[in-house]
Ligand binder design. Structure first.
Ligand code: TRP
Length: 332
């Protein structure tokens, strides 16, 4: 049960649909790289996903899939703690406490809330609004100095800092204010419409982690490159995106050679696409093999999650106890 003396960090992924290469290159791989430097807590955020209306069987399957993805990406249980949010009740408890500190107006300003409320008009539930309180609890329970998040979560992290500050002011110094650790990989754009970010809601432009090399090749072949017929000075968004994928997949050699060709004006997009497709398939192959092994052994996966929940609860309960004492809701 012992956790190391390294600084902690925490991040989470919501189980809501298939993961894509952006999740892998931007989030999962990054978490794995951090695990030597930090005591990581990595979580499948299933309580957050309750704000969306998903079939319960599907929900459970997706929770296990995300957990398997963490392991397949290289998360090592000896170094990091992998758990499912709902298995650790302290999250909900501290989440409630934080709703009593966060101003409604601040919650209403969150762009993710506004976006989701506009998208799921038939299901604008209170959880969509109070979501950042739960996310703040996820984070602050583990007292991490830094949190690896994509820029779409930066606003929520700001609220986390706000709630930590408010708590400290009212009840005395308790929380360190966590900083964002921005991931190195910039956001990948949709292959079909490179002005928009790659997203599972637009599958033709999205490279999923379970896509076969054939599917990857097909999607990349169809990727939008230049929309104007005359060559422009600036690299187009579509071509830039292909280079970005090539670089993110670690194919430096082709990245350099093809960049040089681009600058000379001799680059053939068909060749660029072929190299990007190869690099992507190569990058995903070991992940896909491990993923298959992990997801096929459900008993072992469940053991990892049960053990992870115990270790996470151990850390989280220590923080929660301190919080409750300070607030006057615990007899000691
Ligand atoms: N809200 C994050 C997302 O939608 C997932 C998440 C939940 C998270 N709790 C977190 C991320 C805590 C970082 C830290 O992507």
């Amino acid at each position: 049960m012992a956790t190391s003396k390294k600084p902690t960090t925490l991040s989470g992924i919501q189980p809501s649909g298939k993961l894509h290469i952006g999740n892998y290159l931007g989030a999962l791989k990054n978490f794995v790289e951090l695990q030597n430097e930090y005591q990581g807590f990595y979580m499948v955020a299933d309580l957050h996903a309750l704000t969306e209306d998903i079939d319960p069987k599907e929900r459970l399957a997706q929770t296990l899939e995300i957990a398997a993805a963490f392991i397949a990406a290289g998360l090592n249980q000896k170094k990091s703690v992998l758990f499912v949010q709902s298995f650790v009740p302290a999250h909900v408890e501290l989440g409630w406490i934080f709703t009593t500190l966060l101003p409604v107006a601040a919650l209403e300003r969150m762009t993710q809330y506004k976006d989701k409320a506009a998208r799921q008009t038939k299901n604008v539930n209170a959880g969509l609004l109070t979501y950042p309180a739960l996310m703040a609890a996820d984070i602050l329970l583990y007292q991490p100095p830094v949190v690896p998040v994509g820029d779409d979560q930066a606003q929520h992290l700001e609220l986390t800092r706000l709630v930590a500050k408010k708590f400290n002011q009212r009840y005395g110094d308790t929380f360190v204010l966590p900083k964002a650790l921005h991931t190195r990989i910039p956001r990948l754009m949709s292959l079909a419409d490179p002005t928009r970010k790659m997203s599972k809601s637009e599958p033709t432009g999205c490279l999923f982690l379970d896509d076969t090399p054939q599917v990857i090749e097909k999607k990349i072949k169809r990727a939008v490159t230049d929309t104007s017929s005359a060559p422009t000075k600036e690299m187009s968004a579509g071509v830039k995106n292909l280079f970005l994928i090539l670089e993110a997949c670690g194919d430096k050699k082709n990245h350099n050679a093809l960049t040089a060709a681009y600058q000379k004006g001799t680059l053939r997009y068909s060749e660029l696409k072929e190299k990007v497709a190869d690099a992507t398939s190569k990058e995903l192959a070991p992940y896909q093999k491990r993923y298959k092994d992990v997801i096929e052994n459900k008993a072992a996966l469940k053991r990892v999650l049960t053990d992870g929940a115990k270790r996470a609860a151990h850390a989280a309960d220590t923080t929660l106890k301190n919080v409750k004492e300070r607030m006057g809701i615990l007899l000691s």
